[in-house]
Design a protein around this ligand. Structure first.
Ligand code: NAD
Length: 488
């Protein structure tokens, strides 16, 4: 797997340097990733630019068939790809399969949608004229993705980009490169060479070159705020389109009417899926003060009974975090909260077993001050800080007290509260009674510092196409507003 995927084939990197990829569940080296250079990134973009000439002219139905077939490859090879995702990224096999199902559905969804969304005929200013709005691709698209959902987050870019006639160069995270290269190899059975390229490597090397290459017209990025801001600044200087899916600090409000066991199950799922390393992980929980103690107890009981271990073990509920430094960062945030007076109800440490791997116990914290790091910065780990509210207006105000606005969840069967919540909360996605569940048909993205633009849904197709207006005077007669030809 020590290869890049460029122009329809596996190639060795220009300088043959590699970086080890470590299984976070065991600390064993899974394989060596090719450390692609700027020259490799440039070669991939050149191949994508060459392939674009024909791909953008392929009929919509041919492109749709190819995109649907890529989804089919994911379904056919789910076991193999799931194992790769679990070995390199750590998440339990069950969750890797779930990720692949979402990815396959995304390819299938955009294959169907692009055949329906073929542009429009708009009213003409004069009779004898035809006015068309024709969707066109931007060109070569750089798809830059993080390690937490490598194939799912790539599919949210690759499927609409390819369906729209763009060609792509994907940059997976150096933590999780292998499943992405394998997907490109599987996709090659259905796509011409150069349409889907993958460069593995480091962001400041291969990634930087991708963003700067003049043939890349759109950078579709998912990752941290810091990297996203850097890419946006570079792209602004070069007048390229960017879409940014960035961090979050998602709140979950437990409504005063909600069954506390159901709410605790939903909270544990939303806060601990992929060891809390989802962009829409629940990172703050607000509970009415009258039931706060009881909820804390139910949640802590549930969470402390979860089994921790490597994702390859089918009995495991909670896998590892991505790296040792990620565990250290979470441990520091929890320690700072404790020092600031917060109480750790359960967890708050690395488990004794397993002895190897990057694990952190699922953790419930109460009493963290509203402005503290734990309540304001993205934790991206299995930590659930709980806070109280006196009334629902205060709950919404606390939910909105964040620089982020990606997702927000409510657990309640009171329609009046649900309405108040969906209208009042500042977030790109509002989940009521089913946190974190993606839906290909609906747009996904952030408000405030959580990003720019949308993925998924019709909105997520339109991010990858620009409108060309065709103003056509069919008769070609001389117009009254043209200058007369002087009579000589
Ligand atoms: P990251 O920003 O470190 O890296 C993301 C990607 O950017 C990687 O592929 C990396 O190689 C690349 N990169 C780094 N520097 C680059 C540069 N100078 N030029 C081009 N590419 C560069 O993020 P991460 O640690 O991999 O991911 C975690 C972050 O992603 C979290 O903040 C999380 O919230 C966010 N995230 C957001 C969403 C969303 O949809 N909003 C989804 C998942 C994750």
């Amino acid at each position: 797997m020590n290869r890049l995927w460029i122009d329809g084939r596996a190639v060795a990197g220009a300088d043959r340097d590699t970086v080890p990829v470590v299984n976070p569940g065991t600390e064993e080296v899974v394989g060596e990733m090719c450390r692609g250079t700027a020259a490799d990134a440039n070669a991939a973009v050149d191949s994508a630019a060459e392939a674009l000439r024909l791909w953008r002219r392929t009929s919509v139905s041919e492109r749709a068939a190819a995109v649907r077939a890529v989804g089919g490859e994911i379904r056919k090879h789910t076991d193999e790809l799931a194992e790769m995702l679990t070995l390199e990224g750590g998440k339990p096999l069950r969750d890797s399969r779930g990720e692949l199902d979402v990815a396959a559905r995304t390819f299938e969804f955009y294959a169907s949608l692009v055949e329906q969304e073929t542009g429009r005929v708009v009213p003409s200013g004069s009779s004898g004229q035809v006015n068309l709005v024709v969707p066109e691709p931007y060109g070569v698209t750089a798809c830059i993705v993080p390690w937490n959902f490598p194939i799912q987050l790539l599919s949210w870019k690759a499927a609409p980009a390819l369906a729209s006639g763009n060609t792509i160069v994907a940059l997976p995270s150096p933590f999780t490169p292998f499943a992405t290269v394998r997907l490109a190899e599987l996709a090659a059975a259905h796509l011409p060479p150069g349409v889907f390229n993958v460069v593995t490597g480091l962001g400041p090397e291969a990634g930087e070159a991708l963003v700067q290459h003049p043939s890349v017209r759109h950078v579709a990025f998912t990752g941290s705020v810091e990297t996203g801001r850097h890419i946006a600044v570079t792209a602004a200087g070069l007048l390229k389109k960017v879409t940014l899916e960035l961090g979050g600090k998602d709140p979950l409000i437990v409504g005063p009417d909600m069954d506390l066991t159901v709410a605790a199950q939903a909270t544990a799922f939303a806060g601990l899926l992929n060891a809390g390393q989802c962009c829409t992980s629940t990172e703050r929980v607000y509970v009415d003060q009258a039931r706060f103690e009881e909820f804390t107890e139910v949640l802590a009981d549930l969470v402390s009974g979860l089994r921790i271990g490597p994702g390859t073990d089918p009995t495991v509920d909670l896998g590892p975090m991505i790296s040792r430094s990620a565990v250290d960062r979470v441990a520091d945030q929890v320690a700072a909260a404790r020092a600031g007076g917060a109480r750790i109800v359960t967890g708050g440490r690395r488990p004794e077993s397993p002895s190897r791997g990057f694990f952190y116990e699922p953790t419930v914290v109460v009493g963290a001050a509203p402005g503290s790091t734990l309540m304001t910065e993205e934790v991206f780990g299995p930590v659930l800080p709980l806070d109280t509210y006196r009334d629902f207006e205060e709950a919404i105000a606390k939910a909105n007290d964040s620089e982020f606005g990606l997702g927000a969840s409510l657990m309640s069967n009171d329609p009046a509260l649900a309405k108040r919540f969906m209208e009042g909360v500042e977030a790109g996605t509002v989940y009521i009674n089913d946190p974190l569940t993606p839906n290909c048909s609906a747009p996904f993205g952030g408000t405030k510092n959580s990003g720019l633009g949308r993925e998924l849904g019709l909105e997520g197709l339109n991010e990858f196409r620009q409108s060309k207006h065709v103003h056509w005077d069919v008769g070609g007669d001389v117009k009254s507003y043209w200058p007369d030809v002087p009579v000589s």
